[in-house]
Design a binder for this molecule. Structure first.
Ligand SMILES: NCCCC[C@H](NC(=O)CCN)C(=O)O
Length: 412
């Protein structure tokens, strides 16, 4: 026999599930449209317009297009319930929608957008008839572009977009369901070598070979890798290696990603990498320029209370949470990590009916397939149901906030 409060929460959860199911075709059309029009980080114009249109069609949402960033948006609803002057609890849902160069939505960000939109619409349905919630509740959907490249969430943090948000939810497609999976810190290093051109056959001795420097740099990093801690990563490409075989390259450019679980390790890895890049310059007589063009993505802070609630709601919907992550347990990073340091939240991973790996053409196909929809909408329901638990139960909200404070202290 459910208590009165439990009965009310269950009724709210039933309402949100019915709402999401009632909107399933529209939600699938939304993600399919984004999938069919892949746009790179910072250029998600069609996706931005499509999501703005999705929320604007319901006049009860207040929608701000081009919110602080050209392809970010904000959709707000509420507050409802509570008394005048009560502190409002602002629940945030995040949508990503940037694709990858050459392989489209190979990370399923079109489904991230669908999950965020569906969960928000579902929570609205659960709340709109509530007049006796513990506190007034508001819903904020943030369109957060450019996760794969520029870190749109970090730019939005710096622009104050998260200042009034109390909880934040999103979910990411993967190979299995997990309420939490460690995502590690990442920093980009851009390396430019400057040499001197000369005819490679007629008088090579007059040249200073920037491609030699690039090759040595890449080789230096490759041997350094043997001495790195097993959960550190460093990987890169030669973005520009020269123009023609008979012109000794005067300019080359390399891009590297450095990843570590902890910030102090990143400093150590950066110093080792920089030594490799400078040694290549010294060996060839080139000048070298080393920069970090994008902000550092932080690791995701865990929140045990939210993860436990998400698992409980997910299991009620039939989600299976394997005890140990298997194939998908690779090291990856996300700008949601930075958000998790300023707002309590969760970023679960969800199965989309494929064993393909992210950032592959097979995953692109899976992210646009009809069979991904059941899992996508189920994930949205679980996120939304988790939000219902927290907004209805002040004790849970306190535990969430305590987890957040403890997790931050552990990072020091
Ligand atoms: N500035 C480079 C950031 C790369 C982020 C990327 N994220 C993911 O693959 C997971 C979510 N899309 C990465 O980890 O390589």
């Amino acid at each position: 026999m459910l208590s009165g409060d439990m009965e009310k929460r269950q009724q709210m959860k039933d309402d949100l599930q019915r709402c999401i199911d009632a909107h399933k075709d529209e939600l699938h059309s939304l993600s399919r449209d984004i999938w069919s029009n892949p746009e790179l980080a910072g250029n998600e114009k069609h996706a931005h317009d499509r999501l703005v249109r999705f929320f604007s069609q319901d006049q009860t949402w207040t929608v701000q297009s081009h919110y602080k960033l050209p392809t970010a948006f904000k959709a707000s609803w509420g507050p409802v319930s509570g008394g005048v002057g009560d502190p409002v609890l602002n629940v945030g849902f995040l949508c990503e929608y940037d694709a990858l160069p050459g392989i489209g939505h190979a990370c399923g960000h079109n489904l991230i957008a669908e999950v965020g939109a569906a969960a928000a619409v579902g929570l609205k349905a659960a709340l709109e008839n509530q007049t006796e919630l513990p506190v007034p509740v508001k819903i904020t959907v943030l369109g957060t572009p450019a996760e794969e490249e520029l870190g749109g969430k970090i730019e939005l943090i710096n622009a104050g977009a998260f200042a009034d948000i109390d909880l934040v939810f999103m979910a990411h497609p993967a190979q299995q369901d997990a309420s939490f999976h460690p995502c590690i810190i990442i920093e980009e290093m851009l390396v430019k070598y400057y040499g001197k051109a000369s005819h490679a056959a007629a008088y090579p001795w007059e040249g200073v070979n920037a491609l030699d420097a690039a090759v040595l740099a890449y080789s230096n990093i490759s041997v350094l890798r043997q001495q790195l801690k097993p959960d550190w990563r460093i990987h890169g490409i030669i973005k520009h290696g020269g123009e023609k075989p008979n012109i000794i390259p005067a300019y080359t450019e390399l891009e590297f990603y450095l990843r570590t679980p902890l910030l102090k390790d990143l400093c150590d890895l950066k110093a080792k990498a920089e030594a490799c890049f400078r040694a290549a310059a010294g060996a060839t007589g080139c000048q070298v320029e080393i920069t970090s063009p994008t902000p550092t993505y932080y690791n995701i802070l865990p929140n045990a209370t939210l993860a436990s609630l998400y698992e409980s709601n997910g299991k009620a919907l039939g989600i299976h949470f394997p005890e140990q992550p298997t194939s998908f347990c690779g090291k990856r990073s996300t700008d949601f990590g930075n958000v998790s340091f300023i707002v309590p939240g969760i970023h679960p991973f969800f199965y989309i009916c494929t064993d393909a790996l992210n950032h592959t053409e097979e995953y692109t196909e899976a992210a646009g397939a009809e069979k991904a929809q059941l899992y996508t909408l189920r994930t949205a329901k679980a996120l939304s149901m988790t939000a219902v638990d927290v907004v209805c139960c002040p004790d849970l909200l306190k535990k969430v906030r305590d987890d957040f404070r403890l997790a931050k202290l552990k990072q020091k």
